[in-house]
Write a new protein. Structure first.
Length: 235
């Protein structure tokens, strides 16, 4: 007796449940609620809080998506301190890797970092004026030396990490919900299990997942930024 099997043919498309749209804050919330089987929305507020906490934790690390060289501000004649009024990102900077000055012709100079007390000693009433060649960061402000003169220079910061604009609506997305979706979800679940659900075993599992995601993202960041050669260091 022959057995006849009828198939539906090849699968030509993915399920419509898979969206091509950029994942949003709400998508992370929904995924976590599904993972913890929160069918009634009982933990919506706690999940939201945990996601925001996870972002605050992770934004202290440098990944390929929270680095930038686009934070700039112009020098002002006689002004040595620069803060949020000059560029809103300045008070929130975590790490400034490099600083450059550019003139109106696009010529660029490297500005070296100095200790705050070193500039404090030389930046007095007799301080020279001109193109800044040294900078420091203190009190959430950038200080330049020499004090800029009337010639306007653009100060360009190479920063990593820097804080992305805060998400204020569940429908919004940024790099934390796209590039780091699984990282933020894992960290948020760890916080949720540890502080709200009080399940140590699940918290430990979520933390292991976060560590895996963290290692992969940091590894990808290193691969993207690597030069492929070993650079000698002077001691």
């Amino acid at each position: 007796m022959s057995i006849i099997v009828t198939t539906g043919g090849p699968i030509s498309s993915l399920s419509t449940a898979i969206s091509s749209a950029a994942p949003t804050f709400g998508d992370i919330l929904t995924a976590i609620a599904d993972d913890i089987d929160d069918t009634t929305g009982e933990y919506t507020a706690q999940i939201t809080s945990a996601i925001l906490s996870a972002i605050r934790y992770c934004e202290r690390f440098a990944y390929y998506f929270n680095e930038t060289r686009d934070i700039t501000f112009p020098t002002v004649d006689g002004q040595e301190w620069y803060d949020g009024a000059d560029n809103p990102a300045i008070p929130t900077l975590v790490n400034i890797a490099m600083v450059y000055t550019e003139d109106s012709n696009g010529e660029r100079w490297y500005v070296k970092r100095a200790m705050p007390d070193d500039i404090e000693l030389i930046s007095d009433n007799s301080a020279s004026r001109g193109r800044p060649y040294a900078w420091t960061y203190f009190g959430r402000r950038i200080r330049l030396y020499p004090i800029p003169s009337s010639t306007v220079y653009t100060v360009r910061l190479q920063v990593g990490p820097y804080r992305l604009d805060q998400i204020t609506d569940q429908g919004q997305s940024n790099a934390w919900t796209t590039e780091a979706f699984d990282l933020i979800k894992a960290r948020a679940k760890y916080i949720l299990y540890k502080d709200t659900i009080k399940d140590a075993a699940m918290a430990s599992e979520a933390l292991n997942d976060f560590n895996d995601q963290q290692a992969m993202l940091l590894g990808e960041t290193a691969s993207r930024n690597s030069r492929g050669v070993i650079i000698a260091t002077a001691f």
